[in-house]
Design a protein around this ligand. Structure first.
Ligand code: WT7
Length: 647
């Protein structure tokens, strides 16, 4: 691979305009590890502090002394950093909202954003929300979602955003874990011309969550909605009486900013907790250096606010830098697959950040929808969410970027809070498929199964010796799981759950998850979560779920399902199971393939041998490897015969 690798050097004009060149990057990177206190004290000056930190870094990944603290004695407010400090130029657009309907968009200036955030912050206070209280946000992609996050930050409430595509049950589970006082939702969402019943979903979830006393409802479509007197409250009535200024709460740098639920290798999603100072610095610095934000840029990250990418690169990073951030309600294929590029032209987007899945799906529709736009405003392209195949990288580079925009492939996770491995576009030559080199303060290492550190060119499991100030601080209300999940496999190291290769130039190539997590179209799901959902169906005895290579989605979900003895498999039951998973978790978790499995391959101690199921799902049944620990090898025959090829 190494000798026929493609390398794209930094373009000449970028060498002039960039924040730094390669030598400067390497020096700064070394210094960030060698003299972290000095380095980060300097970087922290890019934020506005009520009280500048003097304690900079206090981090240990060693299980007995596990702690992650940054800027411990600093005091600041995230909403002041994202809004107030840009008010000297208050007419500058903060958010450009592009509706699902191409005829509709809205621009919100920093001055307007300030007033909106303050009104809602005052409204939340009037409802009794205090510092440290949780507020759950279940909203579609509308500016009020960003306003709600910032309003929480202003008064020190901890927000937890739940993706609008999650089902009522999934929402209820998250509410039960983080116990918010308030839920903020909308009457309906709109996507690809269709309406999503958000309030109805919220009602269903709240039936299981009597602790939530108030539900704030944003009017998005004006559709009639059911109403619970005494609990439900219109967003517009709440804010109309509120003053447009609100004293920001001074927050300790280590005070929580938000909780975001993400999937792990066990059934229950975990509440990843991020704090104020370190997270905000990591999000804003990476937005500046990796996504190369310069004043005047129009920045568009196509993620949903319900994922960490939306938190860091629609809201906190860009707004902390005073950028104009585009927020898109719709989907890339509506009304047609040229939509992204029409929006780029319409709002003169200069930096565009999307997922490999989106690129692959657009590739399928050919070059014509792209060529109908000029894209002259674009100067940088980014990707995130999953490994990008070189073919998609090259299409993105040549067709979308007309071979003039560098591509930054950014590797990170909900847990790292911000980008941790990626090229600085003016400094680092890129290779299609590689996230290249670590950001400041990040020390990646590769280990083998036994935890031995591998040197030089190697392949193994990706860990971090340090992840910089954006790292998660804990799993909300479950420090034991925090320790167990990330720090117990390889003591002294944070285990990412990903495999990776390091090449001769020290570049990292992420090979994908090595744990029981699948990455479907950039959405992260625990296979155990899907298994539990399937097993909860009255006709199912047991299910095993694995990921398999899927041309469009990166990975697809393949489920092996064992039915109750008296139940006959049928096409109707198949559809019923799909519906069931949709209801239990949401559309993103619906299996791409379900195979009836009279029995599952198990070890003598009863553990399902997923390794074998992965091979069968990937059509590699001829290469099952060692099956000597299998209790009953004949089980495999049925499964291999029943394998379904679906991609
Ligand atoms: C997992 C984290 C963080 C943004 C969105 C996903 C995969 C993410 C890349 C990339 C290869 C990537 C990893 C990671 N991933 N970016 N550039 N190249 N893989 O956040 O839901 O927490 O998922 O996404 O497997 O562990 P997430």
């Amino acid at each position: 691979m190494a000798n026929n690798e493609l390398v794209f050097p930094v373009p000449d004009q970028w060498k002039r305009s960039a924040w730094m060149d390669e030598t400067t990057y390497r020096k700064a990177y070394e210094r960030s590890l060698r003299e972290p206190d000095e380095f980060w004290a300097e970087q922290a000056q890019s934020l506005n502090w009520v009280q500048r930190p003097t304690e900079i870094r206090d981090v240990s990944f060693v299980p007995g002394e596990l702690r992650i603290r940054w800027f411990g004695d600093g005091v600041l407010n995230a909403s002041v950093n994202c809004v107030d400090r840009h008010l000297h130029d208050g007419a500058r657009p903060a958010i450009i909202w592009e509706s699902d309907d191409p005829a509709e968009s809205r621009t919100i200036s920093y001055a307007e954003l300030h007033a909106d955030v303050c009104r809602l912050a005052n409204g939340l206070k009037a409802l009794g929300v205090d510092k440290g209280d949780r507020v759950m946000i279940y909203l579609p992609m509308v500016p009020e979602a960003a306003v709600a996050m910032l309003a929480c930050a202003r008064i020190g409430a901890i927000h937890s955003v739940v993706f609008a595509g999650f089902s009522p049950d999934a929402l209820a589970g998250r509410i039960q874990d983080c116990k918010p006082r308030i839920l903020i939702t909308a009457d309906e969402g709109v996507r690809a011309g269709r309406r999503l019943p958000m309030k109805a979903n919220a009602d269903q979830a709240l039936r299981q969550c009597p602790g939530v006393k108030t539900c704030i409802v944003l009017r998005r479509t004006g559709a009639p909605t059911s109403w619970t007197e005494g609990r439900d409250l219109w967003y517009h009535s709440l804010i109309e009486r509120q003053p447009s200024s609100c004293e920001p709460e001074p927050m300790g740098a280590e005070d929580p900013l938000f909780i975001l639920y993400t999937s792990g290798s066990t059934g229950k999603p975990k509440g990843v907790l991020h704090t104020t100072g370190g997270y905000l610095l990591a999000a804003s610095l990476t937005h500046k250096f990796v996504l190369d934000y310069h004043p005047g840029d129009v920045f568009w990250c196509t993620a949903d606010i319900g994922w960490v990418t939306g938190h860091s690169y629609i809201v906190y990073g860009p707004l902390a830098n005073g950028a104009t951030t585009v927020m898109f309600e719709g989907v890339p294929s509506h009304p047609d697959s040229g939509r992204f590029w029409q929006v780029v032209d319409k709002h003169r987007v200069s930096i565009f950040y999307t997922s490999p899945t989106a690129i692959r799906s657009l590739m399928r529709d050919g070059e014509l929808p792209v060529r109908r736009s000029s894209r002259a405003s674009l100067r940088l392209l980014g990707t995130v969410g999953e490994p990008i195949n070189p073919e998609a990288w090259l299409w993105y580079y040549n067709v979308v970027g007309q071979a003039r925009c560098p591509i930054v492939d950014t590797w990170w996770q909900t847990e790292t809070g911000a980008i941790v491995i990626a090229p600085l576009p003016g400094a680092i030559a890129t290779k299609p498929g590689s996230a290249t080199l670590p950001f400041f303060g990040v020390e990646p290492v590769i280990v083998d199964e036994q935890g031995h550190l591998l040197e030089g060119e190697c392949e193994g499991m990706l860990c971090l010796r340090d992840g910089g100030p954006g790292m998660l601080r804990t799993i909300y209300r479950d420090p034991g799981r925090f320790l167990e999940t990330y720090f117990s496999a390889f003591p002294g190291l944070y285990f990412t759950g990903d495999g990776a290769r390091r090449d001769a130039d020290g570049y990292y190539w992420i090979t994908g998850r090595v744990d029981d997590v699948v990455n479907v179209s950039g959405h992260r799901l625990g296979t155990v979560e899907v298994e539990s959902a399937l097993a909860a169906h009255p006709k199912v005895v047991e299910a095993a779920v694995v990921g398999y290579p899927h041309a469009l989605k990166g990975q697809g979900i393949y489920a092996f399902v064992t039915l109750q003895g008296d139940v006959q498999p049928s096409a109707a039951l198949l559809r019923d199971l799909e519906q069931w998973v949709r209801k239990e978790i949401g559309p993103i978790a619906v299996p791409d393939a379900i195979q009836w499995a009279p029995n599952l391959p198990k070890t003598r101690s009863g553990k399902i041998m997923r390794r074998l199921l992965r091979k069968i799902a990937a059509s590699q049944a001829s290469d099952l490897g060692d099956i000597s620990t299998l209790a009953d090898a004949s089980v495999l025959d049925d499964l291999v015969v029943g394998h379904r090829t679906i991609a």
